[in-house]
Design a protein around this ligand. Sequence first.
Ligand SMILES: Cc1ncc(COP(=O)(O)O)c(C=O)c1O
Length: 388
Amino acid sequence: MIGGATGRFALGDFLTRWGPFARHDLSGSDSETLGLEGLLQMASAENAARWNGHSFAYTDPRGHIRLRTAIAARHDSLIAEHILCCCGAQEAVYCVLQALLGGQNPVRDQHALLLLPIYQPSELALRRLCAVTGVALQEADGWQPDIECIEAAIRPETRLILMNYPNSPTGASLDPQRLDALVNLCRRHGLWLINDEIYRQTEIVQPFGRAPMLADRYERGVSINGLSKGFGLPGLRVGWIACCDRALLQRALTVKSSLSSCIAASSEILAEIALDAEPRIMATQREIALANLHYLKTLLPGLTDLLELDHPQNLAFLSCQYRGGDSAASFAIRLVLDTGVFVLPTVLWQSSLAPVEHERIRLGLGYRRCGAALEELAGALHASRTAA
Ligand SMILES: Cc1ncc(COP(=O)(O)O)c(C=O)c1O
């Protein structure tokens, strides 16, 4: 059994086990990584001076006021006091869950709903704190939250719903109308709603429009985000919690203080530079991913009996239905061993809480090198058909 039931991080295990065989890597969901030199070239004179003069002192545990102000400015009506910076998005998820559920009477008295698939460390963090009911997103419903199913799963002791939109590995964006319905449901039942929005920067806006950031829409809504994916800066370890409930942020800060004192001063300045340069960074990242997507579309027409692309909703990665004779997981392992092409089967997001679509693979599109890797993938698929 892969996944939540074993209490293991299956995706992490898979990367450790098979990653060393990768020569053409399509496993990532981040974007072309920026280097120090490239980032500093985008700095304003003021930020460049701050960079040159900064020390490695402790900083504000909540995140530097300038950084929090820059993050708040991305929202409709939030201010710096509504932001708590963390060491990456995953630390942010952990702190919010602990702040809402930790220190109570775990398991017996509390319950949460988890929309699946979700990044497994979030599932594991939640399951350590309370009883959890999984609600699987369905392909037939465009991977949108099923309001009736969610309502049916709510219990008197339910405290929160945790989800990830734009979603990995499906790539699905959240329909704004469905978000409205979900917020209304949460309001009626007094539930917190937490959305991991780390793939928001690479979202492709769909005909149904773009859902707002949750913290802008709901007083008990928590938006998690960071610089690890669309910005191409996972090594900075800058993530954040955005929420207009300051008491929750205060509790999350207490949890965070057990994990890390503050973000590195260097990361804070570089994060500010990146947020300042967001339009420029995103234009380049989009150009790279769109070129990869376009190239993939030219490569796949003769291969759709083996691999069927979903309608793209995110530039970071694409989900595909695998139609070969074996499972998507066996295919992925065979592929990396035989050809060095490294893709992720979606069974790695499997959970014992609810069935998750697993005969798919996720293809990363965020790096310049992905074009050549996609070509290798197409070649390997052609070869596998010839060999069959
Ligand atoms: C949905 C989701 N959330 C969070 C993370 C981790 O983000 P960070 O590296 O900023 O902690 C990942 C990483 O793959 C992810 O896929």
